[in-house]
Design a protein around this ligand. Structure first.
Ligand code: SAH
Length: 242
């Protein structure tokens, strides 16, 4: 597993930064300059398996093993933009997957005096993917906190988070995640049936209330969690209370 990620992509270090993700320039609705800049600093080739590395510059989802996919970069950009991240923010990612979005999060919340990733927390239920992502992230110079487990429970030890991003689709938002949002905390999560039409939601916690805004239709791999078997753990759009 790790051997794949340790293999350095040959062209990445010599390619001009602007070529790292050429499509970013054409994303009309990604207006946040910090988000666009982050895409020029992270090389997607470092995070996808060798078998699809020649496709890493396409604005498309890519298979990463274990039946999972790396999200389409454009969708990642919309999610990151909606989170309105600032340096020093504590951010929780559910679904580390390839680690590509994790690296972008590290870029967006990097504080002046801390290592890149010091306030980034990311959970995946797959030990193999988490291990692979850990190697790729380390090789690319990022040091986020990674864990293997059910992301529906969040990561209470490091809560509250200013932002939470979920990269797999469930029918309901997990209540523990909403609880772990700080005041005015933002969460982006796709909701909808497995492998069906899903909707990307932006939640903002305001006191005991959650405001919801739809960001449009998406397709993500399923969020797998027994925690969501219990309706008491559900938070649903819109206008719900926690
Ligand atoms: N952002 C990642 C997306 C990977 S696909 C990328 O672009 O590479 C979604 C990931 O969510 C998979 O790695 C899957 O293992 C993980 N996942 C699904 N359900 C989960 C859960 N309950 N807790 C944590 N991770 C989960």
């Amino acid at each position: 597993m790790g051997a794949d990620a340790q293999q350095e992509p040959s062209a990445s270090d010599t390619a001009p930064a602007s070529a790292r993700f050429p499509h970013a320039a054409s994303w009309a609705d990604v207006t946040d300059a910090r988000v666009r800049a982050a895409f020029t600093r992270v090389d997607r080739r470092r995070f996808v398996p060798p078998s699809v590395r020649d496709q890493a510059d396409r604005d498309e989802p890519l298979p990463i093993g274990e039946g999972q996919t790396a999200s389409q970069p454009y969708v990642v950009a919309l999610m990151l933009q909606a989170l309105q991240l600032a340096p020093g923010d504590a951010v929780l990612e559910i679904g580390t997957g390839s680690g590509y979005q994790t690296a972008l999060l590290c870029e967006l919340v990097q504080g002046a005096d801390a290592a890149a990733g010091a306030t980034v927390y990311s959970i995946d239920r797959s030990p193999a993917l988490s291990r692979q992502a850990a190697v790729a992230l380390q090789n690319a110079g990022y040091a986020p906190h990674l864990a293997v487990g059910d992301g529906a429970l969040g990561w209470a030890a490091y809560a509250p988070f200013q932002a939470i991003v979920v990269s797999a689709a469930a029918l309901h938002a997990p209540r523990p995640l909403v609880w772990q949002l700080g005041a005015e905390g933002r969460m982006v999560i796709p909701l909808g049936p497995p492998h069906g039409d899903q909707e990307l939601w932006l939640l903002r916690r305001s006191g005991g209330r959650v405001q919801w805004r739809s960001l449009g239709g998406v397709r993500f791999v399923p969020f797998v969690s027994p925690v969501l078997d219990d309706p008491r753990n559900w938070v649903d759009p819109p206008g719900s209370f926690i």
